[in-house]
Ligand binder design. Sequence first.
Ligand code: ATP
Ligand code: MG
Length: 243
Amino acid sequence: MSQIPLLQVQDVYAGYIKDLDILQGVNLQLHHGELVGLIGPNGAGKSTLAKTIAGLLTPRAGKIWLNGEDITGLKPNQIVQREVCYVPQIANVFRALTVEENLEMGAFVRPQANLNRLKAEIFDCFPRLAERRSQRAGTLSGGERQMLAMGKALMLKPSLLLLDEPSAALSPVLVHDVFEQIKQISQAGTAILLVEQNARRALEMADRGYVLEAGRDRFEGTGQELLSNPKVGELYLGAAAAH
Ligand SMILES: Nc1ncnc2c1ncn2[C@@H]1O[C@H](COP(=O)(O)OP(=O)(O)OP(=O)(O)O)[C@@H](O)[C@H]1O
Ligand SMILES: [Mg+2]
């Protein structure tokens, strides 16, 4: 593990409406190749934090560093150029385009890249997408759509993947499939920030995790530490396990 973290979020404040901070001094670190789970109740600010790292929201205070470079306030395209890819919670594919066209769109900021080789890698990783390469994304099942959203992000060969609730609204079998893919992407060396309602499962898989509450990091630890922390269990895992 290198000494400079891949991502460092330092005392960040951000929000959507003037004078209303959703993130209220949040801190988070993620090292190269690490899989970090981000859990917490609805409305805690998990998606807001992912959007802020992706450059869709500008911090009002605090700093964000990537590989030691201050990226606070950079625009989304500048963040993507630094190999950080964000897969949003909703509306994460182009519904009117085919699977293959979606993958090509994913790579559009790297026009010189070898598209066919990249696509072949994604199709190897997600055989279900290969079978449906000419199908419009709007007609995919929920699980297939999540795989495509991840595939689209992977077309950029990200160093850091920000996944916002990839298992949301999926059946248990598809949740299993999506988590398996995430595990493989992580094992192949991509660092991942995984926002999940499926908190127990995310922490079981994660190297480390953070519990966000009311816009602040409330607990931090290895996945196992958080899972065995009675406070975290009582406040956040009981409800999540019942889902
Ligand atoms: N575009 C927006 N404009 C105004 N307020 C917003 C916007 N998006 C989110 N919020 C507010 O910010 C707060 C945090 O929302 P956020 O989506 O970050 O929560 P979350 O932790 O991702 O929740 P969930 O688990 O439900 O996805 C909420 O109170 C929400 O209403
Ligand atoms: Mg969210």
